[in-house]
Design a binder for this molecule. Structure first.
Ligand code: BDP
Length: 595
């Protein structure tokens, strides 16, 4: 799905700002038919949970309503008019005046509706958006809702981050001509010093297509005609980790010489390949350094924030990292664009997290203890498969053209121990591979599924492992932890011979806690524990990367064993470095600078 943009033929109006807001109420069964009841306002983009001082709102399970009025620009007469939501977490329903124009499941991906027939240029309309935060056995991620004896609904889920909800990303009104560029797919290859750009364009309404590729100086370096073809770029400037270079592919739907629609796409020319136990970018072995991240900040929750975007990437650069994983859901498109522009490598993950009743927040059996019941063996049925495939499909449709995305992760720490999961993951991988053949696929393996147990690793191109030796396992005993970690990694290496990335390793750390001993929760322990992991990684050939859990402290819901959230951040939630940030910086800048 193309990101909306302005061009010679397209206009774009941003609808962010303060909207009216209300919880669902039995007294107002169709809130979209008039002004929302009550005095509340909520900003877009933001989660609504932490805005108000009212537990009823924070703990609400079900629909909430956002509303504003929108005037269609008067110059849009005769144009196609589209409303686009970059996300609605987890389910959205969009009304233009009294008409439902689109609904969508899945909380982290965009959706849109052609509203040409229900609005008029120059006129105002009432835009109402319902957002539902309810997770069930067949949503991705899954969850369980119980109705308590007093009538309150209570939601539990297995993933270790707070179930923030709302309009987390921008809302747009945009225009295109009736005949318009609907989709573009670009795959890049290399032939010596020549870059090859395979493109294919679909035009709704049908028309001829003309494309031109410009370099960063604006010079045209290749042109093409027709809906699909290959552009050749002599003396190509490659998109490289840490040294991004972006061409611009200008696509025109044409009628003779007349340009009917114009759309431009950034193109980074690079290749990605898994060979033996290596991960090659542009034919060269790549070693991932960086983090699993979250979209999570104070007050705004999971709402996209450009200031944090820029600051987080500055910190990634400061610390010498080259990559991150979009744990545990697709991030805002602004993040992906920024990674493209700044040469940061991304492992792009679906929202399939918590498909595992046997674990929660890294703690085995905790899920069951907390009453988790939806994601056991019976969880891997038809309904979950359908939702999971939709998440894979929509993620790839949105992010397929980003050069920064070098691998798809189809799930985080699912149950891959139960027999039923083998066929399930075989099906998921096979399905994903029909959608993009230019990138490797992975899923992230959980500590309870070692090499001889895991039923899904055989389907992955790269083994991504989350391990907590020295924390949940052998906590406080780093000598045993080092032995355990090394033995397990060698076991994987022997059994699979595939490249391996440690996609999570980390220790909860309260900034300001100190000890001379191996004392969990102190800043020193986080440093020593990570150093132990690094010694092991450096001894195991098939290790091709390390991504610390987590970039920053983040909010969770899991009751008594988290104190104001998960504290495994290298930075605090407000992005202050813990001691470990400096030791990672020493290691990663040396790796980056080839020392
Ligand atoms: C892993 C999960 C991650 C948790 C982490 C932890 O992938 O989401 O936050 O453990 O417990 O199981 O810190």
């Amino acid at each position: 799905m193309l990101k909306p943009q302005t061009s010679a033929t397209r206009e774009l109006v941003n609808l962010d700002g303060i909207w009216s807001f209300a919880l669902e109420s039995a007294d107002v069964p169709e809130p979209w038919t008039g002004a929302l009841p009550g005095p509340l306002d909520a900003p877009v983009p933001a989660s609504y949970n932490d805005l108000f001082a009212d537990p009823e709102i924070r703990n609400h399970v079900g629909w909430v309503w956002y509303q504003r009025s929108v005037r269609v620009p008067r110059g849009w007469a005769g144009e196609r008019i589209v409303i686009r939501l970059d996300s609605a977490t987890h389910e959205g329903a969009v009304y233009v005046n009294d008409t439902l124009v689109v609904s969508h499941e899945g909380g982290y991906l965009p959706f849109e509706a052609d509203i040409t027939d229900v609005v008029s240029a120059g006129e105002e309309f009432r835009l109402t958006v319902g957002v539902n935060n309810q997770l069930t056995a067949s949503t991705i991620p899954p969850g369980t809702v119980k109705t308590l004896p007093d009538g309150r609904k209570q939601q539990t889920y297995m993933h270790d981050f707070y179930n923030y909800a709302g309009l987390h990303r921008s809302v747009w009104l945009y225009s295109t001509p009736a005949i318009h560029v609907e989709d573009v797919t670009v795959v890049t290859r290399l032939d010596g010093a020549t870059g090859l750009v395979d493109y294919s364009v679909s035009v709704a309404g049908g028309s001829d297509v003309r494309v031109a590729l410009r370099d960063e100086d604006g010079e045209v370096v290749a042109t093409g005609a027709g809906a699909a073809g290959t552009l050749e770029v002599a003396d190509v400037r490659l998109w490289k980790p840490g040294a991004a270079y972006l061409y611009s592919l200008e696509i025109e739907a044409v009628d003779g010489e007349a340009v009917v629609d114009a759309y431009a796409l950034n193109v980074g020319i690079r290749t990605v390949e898994v060979k033996g136990n290596q991960f090659l970018i542009n034919g060269e072995p790549f070693y991932f350094t960086g983090f699993g991240k979250h979209e999570d900040i104070a007050v705004q929750g999971k709402g996209h924030n450009d200031a944090y975007l820029v600051h987080d990437f500055q910190l990634i650069d400061w610390i010498g990292a080259n990559s991150f994983r979009t744990s545990h859901y697709p991030y805002a498109e602004e993040v992906m664009d920024y990674a493209d522009r700044h040469g940061i490598v991304v492992i792009d993950e679906t929202a399939a997290v918590g498909l595992n009743a046997k674990i929660s927040g890294g703690i085995a059996d905790f899920g069951a203890m907390m009453g988790g019941e939806a994601q056991g063996e019976e969880g891997f049925g038809e309904a979950m498969a359908t939702a999971h495939k939709r998440e894979i499909r929509e993620l790839i449709a949105r992010d397929k053209n980003h050069p920064s995305v070098v691998m798809w992760s189809i799930a985080n720490e699912p149950d891959t121990m139960a027999d039923i999961t083998e066929g399930y993951f075989e099906e998921m991988f096979a399905y994903a591979r029909t959608l993009d053949t230019s990138r490797p696929y992975t899923f992230v393996n959980v500590m309870m599924a070692p090499p001889n147990v895991c039923k899904a690793s055989k389907f992955a191109d790269v083994l991504c492992l989350n391990r907590y030796y020295g924390w949940y396992l052998m906590g406080g005993d780093l000598t045993s932890a080092e032995q355990g970690l090394e033995a397990e990694l060698r076991g994987w290496e022997q059994m699979y011979g595939k490249p391996m990335i440690m996609t999570e390793y980390g220790a909860d750390t309260v900034a300001g806690y100190h000890s001379i001993w191996d004392q969990p929760w102190t800043e020193e322990y986080q440093v020593t524990m990570l150093e132990m992991y690094h010694r092991v990684f450096d001894r195991v050939d098939s290790m091709i990367g390390e991504q610390v859990w987590n970039f920053a402290d983040f909010q969770t819901s899991s009751g008594f064993f988290r104190v104001d959230g998960n504290k495994k951040g290298v930075f605090t939630r407000d992005r202050k470095p813990k001691a470990v940030a400096h030791s990672l910086r020493a290691r990663w800048t040396a790796l980056r600078d080839g020392k």
